[in-house]
Design a binder for this molecule. Structure first.
Ligand code: FAD
Ligand code: SF4
Length: 504
């Protein structure tokens, strides 16, 4: 019997379950990695995402060869052709794959007609297996992150003193929302020069065969485990101490603030979530860092990341099609071209994404998704766009973040109310409004900020649905204070913004 292992592009670590299952027979176990052109052509991707994934795969294949594994690296028209060729060439009688993190890919893999049996091993890149998440979720009235996160802290003994959380409370979120006043000096991110492997992938992506978006150079992302570890060290030393306070702040020209820049590497397998969590926890003990920074960061990885993965496997298959508010407006063109909007907050965020494939959490949530939500854009078009433009986008993390957290299109499975906000929020948490042609304090008139008229129009249009969300009642009372004339003018502005098409 010959077992062969197919390593998927987001499973790039030697401790992964399929490789571990054959670690004693490394010289005789055929290993396959496939760069599929068809997969890259299925939808547009950020050019730097294609370079990142393929370069990281090529680096990993080299590392495995050096560690004594017998590796085939196929640059192929599609997955299936390369897989079947390799099975035949190596006389493989059992195909082993670590379970894909993405549900659609898992379904596709199971549907393949293979000449040998397929063995799927549990995905050990996450701390919670989908079955464990289901057991936690079953029978609960609501699936709020906070309870899941507390369970994770206890289960993995992170920042705990016996059964109690260190510092006497689980969550220091309220201390993580400082507005960006005065001159802030966030540390510079750690970037890398492309090596020969990366340069050859850049050539391939530039060949014009892929329907891609964004700028390809300068390409500065880490592409190997050793580089990803340097980014982790750099984060723990230089960025984590300041991570907490300005977690929600946005400043022109400061792409990353104190954020970790770790999602591309975590999502590819170059870093394991538990090593990242432990590194932050250790720094708390060794360096006496502020708990609001360390807890705030650990909540993102041990809490949100695991929670969204669990949820992605827990929800019904039709989850990506949900559309609670029945929003159907097509994505405006400026999402693909930052220069086509005069809204400075959107312009700054979209420009940064074009250049790097990255935006930090609050830009994703409170600028991009917030706009999409209140302007009534189709959740499915928005989700496709997010998937296309972000360096760290995968189905498991994208669908729940966009459909659930960002757009409330799931009707409130993961969020207790929609993350909808007017220009007031943007003006408080960023410096964008200072150099914008719109006024953040106006909701009517020629210079009224679109975030204002869309926000009030959204509340007005969906009043009935929003009234059922307890936490919205205070805000909805403010609608009653507005005159019918003003509401009419707000509606007119919202319609005119999209050249006269009414929002359904
Ligand atoms: P930091 O802000 O420094 O956070 C540290 C780590 O925590 C991240 O690296 C990430 O692994 C984890 N994390 C934090 N929040 C989340 C979250 N909501 N979901 C999952 N992990 C989280 N994250 C992705 O990895 N891929 C995506 O495609 C993606 N799309 C998003 C779309 C929307 C609409 C929203 C609201 C969030 C999205 N996120 C996504 C989550 C989050 O914004 C990114 O993980 C984060 O911005 C990555 O940058 P960072 O590494 O500097 O993160
Ligand atoms: Fe964005 Fe409005 Fe502020 Fe302009 S005024 S930056 S559009 S929130």
């Amino acid at each position: 019997m010959t077992s062969g292992i197919w390593i998927l592009g987001d499973q790039l670590f030697e401790e992964q379950a399929a490789l571990q299952s054959c670690v004693g027979q490394r010289e005789t176990t055929p290993i396959l990695l496939i760069e599929s052109a068809a997969h890259a052509q299925e939808r547009p991707y950020h050019r730097q995402k294609l370079v990142l994934v393929w370069s990281a795969m090529r680096h990993f294949a080299e590392e495995l060869r050096q560690a004594g594994w017998h590796v085939t690296y196929a640059i192929a028209p599609d997955f299936q052709t390369a897989l079947l060729d390799w099975i035949q060439t190596h006389g493989i009688t059992e195909l082993r794959v670590m379970k894909p993190a993405d549900r659609p890919f898992l379904t596709w893999l199971r549907s393949l007609s293979l000449p040998c049996p397929l063995t799927l091993l549990p995905n050990n890149h996450f701390l919670w297996q989908p079955e464990e998440f289901s057991a936690w979720a079953k029978g609960r009235k609501n699936l709020l992150l906070e309870y899941f996160y507390r369970e994770g802290r206890q289960r993995f003994g992170v920042l705990m003193e016996g059964k109690q959380p260190i510092g006497g409370q689980w969550n220091f979120d309220k201390e993580n929302r400082k507005p960006p006043k005065g001159k802030l000096n966030p540390p510079k991110p750690l970037w890398f020069e492309p090596d020969d492997i990366t340069l050859s992938v850049i050539d391939r992506v530039q060949s014009g065969k892929f329907s891609a978006y964004g700028e390809i150079e300068p390409f500065r992302w880490a592409v190997s485990r050793s580089q990803a570890l340097q980014v982790l060290d750099h984060f723990i030393r230089d960025r984590l101490p300041g991570f907490g306070s300005y977690q929600d702040a946005m400043v022109t020209g400061e792409l990353t603030m104190w954020h970790a820049l770790l999602s591309p590497y975590l999502n590819l397998g170059l870093l394991h979530p538990l090593e990242v969590i432990r590194a932050a926890e250790q720094a708390y003990y060794d360096e006496n860092l502020d708990l609001n920074s360390v807890e705030g960061f650990i909540r993102q990885v041990l809490g949100w990341r695991e929670y969204l993965y669990g949820l992605a496997h827990y929800v019904d298959e039709d989850y990506p099609q949900r559309n609670y508010f029945q929003h159907h407006r097509p994505l405006p063109d400026f999402f693909w071209d930052a220069d086509r909007t005069e809204m400075n907050c959107l312009h700054q965020t979209l420009k940064a994404i074009e250049q790097t494939g990255y935006a930090h959490h609050i830009q994703r949530l409170m600028i991009l998704s917030n706009f999409a939500l209140i302007a009534g854009l189709s959740p499915q078009e928005v989700e496709q766009w997010f998937h296309a433009v972000f360096i760290d986008a995968y189905d498991w993390v994208m669908q729940t973040n966009v459909i659930g957290m960002g757009l409330f299109a799931d009707g409130g499975i993961l969020a207790s109310k929609p993350y909808a906000a007017s220009a007031n929020y943007v003006n408080k948490m960023s410096d964008y409004c200072k150099s914008c042609r719109y006024s953040p304090t106006k909701r009517t008139g020629d210079d009224a900020c679109p975030f204002n008229f869309f926000y009030w129009d959204f509340l007005n249009r969906h009043r009935t649905k929003l009234e059922t969300q307890g936490r919205m009642s205070f805000i909805l009372k403010n609608l009653d204070k507005m005159s019918p004339d003003e509401l009419g003018e707000i509606r007119r502005r919202a319609i005119e913004f999209f050249e006269g098409e009414p929002i359904r």
